[in-house]
Design a protein around this ligand. Structure first.
Ligand code: SF4
Length: 337
């Protein structure tokens, strides 16, 4: 393997695989709240933030289903925003945990688990409410890891200290933080609602507190050329996260980007362009950064474009072949090992 894959990292670090129990705790996202339509980032596919087994309304779709333009989304409306009360359904959370543990144990014979607060911005609530939720969710099982996905503008020192306090009960605490692009211009075009400086400040606080950091980046957004990609790589190198997830731009039903796509203003990377982008990034980042994901996996019934992108296994095989053929390795052009 020419890069530091998540699977090989887990094998060498733990000797076994840790499965994530994804929980939708009922958070929303400040970027959706402050947008007049509730849409947030232009590519935001609200369903996509949920684990597959939490999307029961979609269970009748198959992997080869056609695109359904009319699929329901859960974009919040301005009235939802006014009413958003930061209250959590603890019984519902327990049910999700029980269901996730049962599903993963049955399907994969899993025996080691991480609690993954995955949907939307999981630090977007007052400190006391967060503490109540985290105390409860971390007490439901002897988790190996506690993983919290959020936005950089939803973290401050106090919340980061709170997260760090769970290192006493879980073996690891990790924050997943979205940068998406190292270009402020592209972040504005994405309607991300934060800039690069905001990301770096939050990421550095997380690192200083000894919490694991997984950084999310997105490639192929309109206007991104190599200088913009270089800025993203510069941020990765300055922050030096433990892990990254790289996504290719997908156009999903119900997003602002989908409307622009229908107008003819948006193209997205095909497989070969995404492979080139991924290899370009991998070669320029330190070899010890764990690569947790390399592509987006929007289900076909919600994916308007790219329609001919291969499934994950084929994509990874093609990436491996491309890296091998050219003799590329993660970090071979990186100055900061
Ligand atoms: S930060 Fe995430 S949940 Fe919020 S609007 Fe953007 S993509 Fe959607």
């Amino acid at each position: 393997m020419n890069y530091n894959s998540y699977a090989s990292h887990m094998k060498s670090r733990y000797g076994y695989r840790i499965f994530r129990v994804g929980v939708d705790a009922g958070f929303t996202c400040p970027n959706r709240l402050k947008s007049p339509t509730g849409a947030g980032c232009v590519y935001c596919d609200s369903q996509g933030a949920r684990a597959a087994y939490l999307r029961s309304s979609e269970s009748h779709f198959r992997h080869d289903s056609g695109f359904e333009e009319t699929i329901d989304t859960i974009a919040c409306s301005p009235s939802d925003c006014k009413d958003y009360s930061f209250t959590f359904d603890f019984q519902g959370i327990k049910k999700q945990v029980d269901r996730g543990l049962e599903f993963l144990s049955r399907r994969y014979k899993a025996s080691h688990f991480a609690l993954y607060l995955q949907s939307f911005s999981n630090t977007f609530a007052p400190y006391e409410k967060l503490k109540e939720l985290y105390d409860y969710a971390t007490s439901l099982y002897p988790w190996e890891s506690f993983i919290v996905s959020t936005r950089p503008d939803c973290l401050d020192r106090r919340k980061i200290d709170l997260l760090a306090s769970y290192k006493s009960s879980c073996r690891e605490v990790c924050v997943e933080l979205g940068l998406q692009s190292g270009s402020d211009e592209i972040l504005r075009a994405m309607n991300r609602g934060h800039d690069v400086a905001c990301f770096e400040k939050a990421a550095n606080l997380v690192r200083l507190r000894g919490i694991g950091l997984c950084m999310h980046v997105l490639t192929g957004f309109p206007g991104e050329e190599y200088p913009e990609l270089d800025r993203t790589i510069d941020v990765i190198n300055r922050v030096h996260p433990d892990a990254i997830k790289i996504h290719n731009l997908n156009v999903a039903a119900g997003t602002v980007l989908y409307e622009r796509f229908l107008e003819g203003e948006v193209t997205v990377p095909c497989m070969s362009r995404h492979i080139e982008n991924v290899a370009y990034i991998l070669r320029r980042i330190p070899s010890d950064i764990v690569i947790e994901r390399l592509m987006c996996e929007t289900p076909n019934h919600r994916l308007a474009s790219p329609r001919l992108f291969p499934d994950k296994n084929r994509f990874l095989r093609n990436l491996d072949e491309f890296m091998e053929k050219h003799g590329y390795r993660q970090g071979d052009l990186c100055q900061r090992q």
